[in-house]
Design a protein around this ligand. Structure first.
Ligand code: SF4
Ligand code: SF4
Length: 374
């Protein structure tokens, strides 16, 4: 099982698509809050409870998560030193990664690091100087002897040209990312009314950018025999090739991926912190194999592309922060992705048949924090 382990609610950045939007939270919509409880800023359970919970899991994988988890690097190292055999990853903004000495960096499987494309795009969303710091710290990770996977994680919004952002991460001269993931900032906050350009951007920039990227991805595969690990593409192609459809929620939330809150309660996803109605168990008495399962509900169950999509995001499915008009635009982006993926399957299948590549080249580490339907 995969677990997001929430180490802190604090963050040292205030990115415009994340904390910069706190104003658009549930409270701002006057939603009834009786079933949402506030939580300690950092873990308040005894570490022994966490260790004994994880010991009951035959193959636990822990993703250190926040806020910004490196703000709790001492606690993180304490957990790494004491947890039973466990795979470790981190989801970080990368600014304080040097808080982790090289021997701890080397013990991580995966480092997911937020970077939104080139300097202007990244700094525009995340703050001046962030791009250069992240790139410098990727250098630290490499120097530390890290041999796992570094995933460049892009949050995509109206100031992003998705094609340029992905190609920049792939081709820049400072650090070329082979593994890239992206996620659209959509239907997550109560902010649809303040996004007048979203519709135009999806149809004029994002969707055409995805189609263009897909062509470029296949060209790279054809010319090199190497499959760049672009998570949304690899995950979907791999499932189609291996026939794993229909898909459950592709991020794994609520069935193979859970989050451990700072009070020890367990929820399907870290974004659902404090949503008591969706608690799936706790570290004190639950058995990892018997955590409650949570499925997407509502309009996804009647959707014509549910088998492909899986429901996109459980949190947004439950909270439904955007009106139907906005949700339909997101639906069209999933349809466009579906067409782009399906259009390349024959060509990819031919390359596999010829032995130029193998189906296994598309396999990704599922449920590691990358949400396959962006
Ligand atoms: S496209 Fe939208 S409505 Fe359809 S399954 Fe995905 S998230 Fe649900
Ligand atoms: S896609 Fe949604 S439900 Fe899944 S991990 Fe991300 S925020 Fe949570």
């Amino acid at each position: 099982m995969y677990y997001h382990l929430i180490l802190t609610d604090e963050c040292n950045l205030n990115c415009s698509y994340c904390r910069g939007k706190d104003y658009f939270s549930l409270e701002s919509k006057n939603e009834p809050l009786e079933n949402i409880c506030s939580l300690p800023d950092s873990p308040k359970y005894s570490p022994e409870n966490l260790y004994s919970f994880l010991k009951k899991d035959s193959d636990p994988a822990v993703l250190f998560y926040g806020g910004e988890p490196t703000l709790q690097s001492d606690l993180m190292m304490e957990f790494m030193d004491n947890m039973p055999s466990c795979r470790f990853s981190i989801y970080t903004n990368g600014l304080l990664i040097e808080n982790l000495p090289p021997e701890y960096i080397r013990r991580l499987d995966t480092i997911i690091i937020s970077i939104d494309g080139d300097r202007d795009t990244t700094d525009g969303y995340r703050g001046i100087g962030v791009y250069d710091l992240v790139m410098a710290n990727v250098g630290y990770i490499n120097k530390a002897g890290f041999s796992g996977e570094i995933i460049g994680r892009i949050t995509v919004a109206e100031n992003t040209d998705i094609y340029n952002s992905v190609i920049h991460l792939l081709e820049n001269q400072i650090h070329s990312f082979n593994s890239i993931h992206w996620q659209i900032d959509a239907n997550f906050w109560y902010d649809y009314d303040s996004r007048p350009g979203f519709n135009e951007w999806i149809f004029g920039s994002y969707n055409p950018g995805i189609s263009r990227l897909m062509k470029r991805w296949v060209e790279i595969i054809k010319s090199t025999g190497n499959v760049p690990r672009w998570y949304p593409f690899c995950g979907l192609v791999s499932d189609i090739l291996t026939g794993i459809c229909p898909s459950p929620l592709r991020c794994g939330a609520g069935h193979l991926n859970y989050a451990i809150q700072t009070d020890g309660n367990i929820i399907p996803c870290p974004c659902m912190s404090g949503m008591k109605d969706y608690y799936c168990g706790n570290i004190y008495e639950s058995d990892p194999g018997r955590l409650k399962k949570v499925e997407p509900v509502g309009e996804c169950s009647d959707c014509d592309i549910m088998e492909f999509c899986g429901g996109r995001c459980l949190y947004s499915n439950i909270v439904s922060p955007w009106p139907e008009e906005g949700r339909m635009i997101v639906y069209e982006s999933v349809r466009n992705l579906k067409s782009a993926v399906e259009s390349v399957i024959p060509e990819i299948s031919d390359m596999i048949e010829q032995g130029f590549i193998s189906a296994g080249d598309f396999r990704i580490n599922k449920y590691n924090g990358c949400e396959i339907i962006p």
